[in-house]
Design a protein around this ligand. Structure first.
Ligand SMILES: [Zn+2]
Ligand SMILES: [Zn+2]
Length: 54
């Protein structure tokens, strides 16, 4: 399985949110879970929204 962002790199793990294969370079750990860049952005925007609505 190859990384969704790097077709030339092997994926080392899967995003815990969307399940897409990602390499270590693309991985961000959020609350102890592997997360892809796309889901990281969504998570961050959710946090921001939550702060505003709070
Ligand atoms: Zn993801
Ligand atoms: Zn990658």
């Amino acid at each position: 399985m190859k990384c969704i962002n790097h077709p030339d790199k092997d994926a080392e793990t899967n995003c815990s949110v969307c399940g897409e294969p990602i390499c270590l370079e693309c991985r961000t750990i959020i609350k102890g879970k592997d997360t892809c860049p796309k889901c990281q952005e969504e998570w961050l925007s959710r946090q921001a929204t939550r702060q505003i609505s709070y």
